[in-house]
Design a protein around this ligand. Structure first.
Ligand code: PLP
Length: 355
């Protein structure tokens, strides 16, 4: 796709939020990117317009049958005024895997990255620079055709919005408490768990709310069939350091394949830390815990980057991990990944896109 992106600038720029108090996903920049799709035309009319509500037909298929996928990545501003994006090509590949599963047409990943770059340039003054802050980029695609028949929509919109964000958890890099969910299921092999689809979150909210009420910040999902094998946490993949080896569940069709997860695996391999992707049961975790071998647990995802787990609750068992403190490997991974993302560490792996 090489169509030129039309830019319509706002006449009413918004007020920038206090960058010491951003939290996550509460503020939005002045502009957004929109592109339309029609089955006879393909993707067309890419444009940057003032951020505003979008008018939708109440019969738009996304409201009824849920064809909606999204992505998430972070942009940083370096001291020399350059913008950095972390592995956006990986997000585009995953977007197209999500599209494929939900019957949504493929996008030209390179063009969407170009559109994201153009949008960020327009709203560059919104990128916060306070430590721990960044500009979160949220591309998403929705089915827009007004039709109540069940089939894939003939029309879609791809929209990109930007949000200046602080730390994902208000407590910062504090270890979180997580509840192992034993009754509800997020996703099952053959379903849409591997896709970054809005519906996966709809399936997870009830358990998440219950866990919140009990004082946990997230739930750890087990496999849908045996309720035995570890899958992932809310919006993060999960890693366990057991007796010196770092283990994460293998990609199996129901787990979301995180860009942070894959970066963590690469870094650990480079550092010579043994790392395994395999099936991992909750019993194995509990046994490692009782033998004093469960050394670190951490979640990985764009929003929180690395989120140390200080306490894991499974049925009547409470496992306190590393005295509720962040572990050495978790800290090193956090420092390295945020260092690469923000340009404080040299990019020797060609992971960042600079503009
Ligand atoms: C986005 C997401 C992740 C993390 O993926 P990253 O690419 O590392 O941000 C993990 N699990 C779920 C369910 C997600 O939606």
């Amino acid at each position: 796709m090489s169509e030129e992106i039309k830019v319509q600038l706002t006449t009413q720029p918004g007020e920038k939020p206090d960058s010491t108090n951003l939290s996550f996903g509460k503020f939005f920049t002045d502009h957004m990117f929109i592109m339309d799709y029609h089955k006879d035309k393909g993707w067309y009319d890419p444009r940057i317009v003032p951020y505003a509500p979008i008018a939708m037909d109440p019969a738009a298929m996304v409201f009824h049958y849920g064809q909606a996928v999204f992505e998430g990545m972070k942009a940083y501003l370096t001291e020399s005024g350059k913008v950095l994006l972390f592995r956006p090509d990986q997000n585009m590949k995953r977007l197209n895997r999500s599209n494929e599963r939900l019957g949504i047409p493929e996008v030209d990943g390179e063009f969407v990255i170009h559109a994201i770059q153009t949008l960020i340039e327009v709203d560059k003054s919104w990128i916060p620079t306070e430590k721990g802050t960044s500009l979160y980029v949220r591309p998403f695609i929705i089915a827009t055709e007004p039709c109540l028949g069940v089939r894939s929509s003939y029309t879609y919109q791809l929209i990109v919005i930007l949000s200046p964000v602080g730390a994902y958890y208000s407590s910062g890099l504090e270890p979180v408490k997580i509840n192992v969910e034993s009754s509800y299921t997020r996703a099952v092999r053959g379903g849409i768990g591997f896709a970054k689809a809005a519906g996966n979150y709809a399936a997870s909210i009830k358990a998440q709310e219950n866990a919140k009420k009990e004082g946990y910040s997230q739930v750890l999902w087990l496999d849908a069939i045996e309720k035995k094998y570890i899958e992932e946490v809310g919006s993060m993949n999960i890693f366990f350091k057991i007796g010196g080896t770092v283990i994460t569940p293998a990609i199996n069709g129901s787990i979301l394949e995180g860009v942070t997860r894959s970066s963590v695996i690469t870094l650990l391999q480079e550092w010579g830390v043994p790392v395994e992707e395999r099936k991992l049961s909750i019993e194995e975790i509990y046994e490692a815990y009782t033998n004093g071998k469960l050394e670190e647990v951490f979640g990985t995802g764009t929003a929180a980057v690395i989120s140390p787990v200080g306490e894991l609750h499974w049925n009547e068992h409470t496992m306190e991990i590393n005295d509720g403190k962040i572990g050495e490997v978790s800290q090193k991974l956090y420092d390295t990944i945020t260092g690469l993302q923000s340009g404080h560490l040299p990019d020797t792996r060609n992971w960042t896109l600079t503009f």
